[in-house]
Ligand binder design. Structure first.
Ligand code: NDP
Ligand code: MG
Length: 404
């Protein structure tokens, strides 16, 4: 039977790759793994969104940037498609009755309420949009259990862990090893990194991705976010998570079991593979991902990340241990700081500095309220409040010129 899919963020890097994966699945022989595109969403790239609508003929489209809706309507004049506007439109298509699979590929906290809507309708959610899991992982995973929703990781490391986990039982897991390419500054002189230009930061050595995650990969905030993501997706404590730099980006992550067996998932660095696996799981079907040529791989190397060069990784562990609203603050401060960096307002080195400052100030703030972040089982309202607080705190820090 054909699966019916909604793609949230279809105009982005993951969204466009997913449509290519679906093209491949739909045109291959056999009955399995076929998808009907029921709904798409874009934010501001309405030209591409309109092209996608002409090609895939979805029943619904959400244009989340309300300022772009009029232009979009003009571009699709005469087509029979229901247009939904704003953040509410995005949430609505995530919960549509006629959809069984939702690909969450929006960037940032903007995807949170749509992910929750899909979870509460018991859908299969192929989740690339890691920020909602970082902020509200506890809530999302608990609700998924309650409503019978399936969370299938798209992030390549988490897809690898998900696959490796199938080799043993949860209580047999000794540790999870998240790999990272090391980003563009792995070999750079640490003294020069804080002043890196936007061009240098966006030149990722392995992956072509959207701008936010590319900046996150350069600061290693991406790995910190992935530590938190892994904590919730796989229900493991911080002590059982390790990060390993693996510049070849062939081993996408590993699970070590108590008997010493290490199960790794390997493949070309190509997002079409984890996207397809999340869509067709438990089936494995032929797809567009480049195949590995093992005889061309001379070496696979692994090294521990240098905490002096990449302090963000330790912050990721710290946030997992703190719990409560810490991850919401961490994520929001980062989102705001990355926005400021991409707008040319702050230096690259200021991103991690701002996140550190917000985390420290948040702890002072929490204690002022007589609370302990570690013990709080934060509600959605508290998490969103923490998100807003951290974004405001970043603005305050900039206004008061408190940066190095
Ligand atoms: P892109 O920036 O390429 O795409 C983001 C998508 O979200 C676009 O469709 C964009 O619309 C839409 N969008 C932007 N802002 C908003 C908003 N405020 N409300 C609703 N929609 C919005 O990002 P990526 O595809 O690279 O990443 C998407 C997610 O997947 C991120 O969370 C990222 O961390 C994660 N991820 C990405 C990987 C990759 O290889 N790219 C790998 C692993 C995880 P428009 O373009 O029309 O404005
Ligand atoms: Mg990743």
């Amino acid at each position: 039977m054909r699966k019916r899919i909604a793609i949230l963020g279809s105009t982005g890097s993951i969204g466009t790759t997913a449509l290519r994966v679906i093209d491949g699945l739909n045109s291959s022989p056999g009955k399995e793994g076929k998808f009907e595109v029921i709904a798409l969403s874009g934010h501001s790239n309405v030209k591409l969104l309109a092209e996608q609508v002409r090609r895939y003929r979805p029943n619904y489209v959400a244009v989340s940037d309300v300022d772009c809706v009029e232009e979009f309507r003009r571009l699709i004049e005469g087509l029979d498609v229901k247009v939904l506007a704003g953040a509410e439109g995005l949430t609505e298509i995530a919960g549509l009755e006629e959809v069984d699979t939702v690909l969450a590929a929006v960037v940032g906290v903007a995807g949170l309420s749509a992910v929750l809507a899909a979870v509460r309708k018991g859908k299969r959610i192929a989740i690339a949009n890691k920020e909602p899991l970082v902020i509200a992982g506890q809530l999302i995973t608990a609700e998924a259990k309650k409503y019978g929703a399936e969370l299938l990781p798209v992030d390549s490391e988490h897809s690898a862990i998900f696959q490796a986990m199938q080799a043993g039982r949860h209580e047999e897991v000794a540790k999870i090893v998240l790999t990272t390419s090391g980003g563009p500054f792995r070999k750079a002189n640490p003294a020069g990194i804080p002043d890196a230009s936007i061009e240098q930061v966006l030149a990722h050595p392995v992956w072509r991705m959207g701008p936010k995650i590319t900046v996150d990969s350069a600061t290693m905030m991406n790995k910190a976010l992935e530590i938190i993501e892994a904590r919730w997706l796989f229900d493991v404590p911080a002590e059982k998570i390790e990060v390993m730099v693996h510049p070849e980006s062939i081993v996408h992550s590993m699970v070590e079991f108590v008997d010493g067996s290490v199960i790794a998932q390997m493949g070309s660095p190509d997002m079409s593979l984890p996207i397809q696996y999340a869509l067709t799981y438990p089936l494995r079907l032929p797809g567009p991902a480049k195949k590995l040529q093992l005889d061309r791989l001379k070496t696979l190397t692994f090294e521990k990340p240098n905490p002096q060069v990449f302090p963000a990784i330790e912050m990721g562990f710290e946030v997992v241990q703190k719990g409560g609203t810490a991850a919401a603050v961490f994520n929001a401060a980062n989102e705001a700081a990355v926005g400021q960096f991409l707008a040319g307002k702050i230096k690259f080195g200021n991103i991690v500095e701002l996140v550190r400052r917000c985390l420290d100030n948040h702890i002072i703030e929490m204690n002022g309220h007589g609370q302990n972040a570690r013990d709080t089982n934060a509600s959605l309202e508290e998490l969103l409040e923490a998100d807003a607080w951290a974004k405001k705190e970043v603005t305050e820090c900039l206004k008061n010129h408190q940066l190095r």
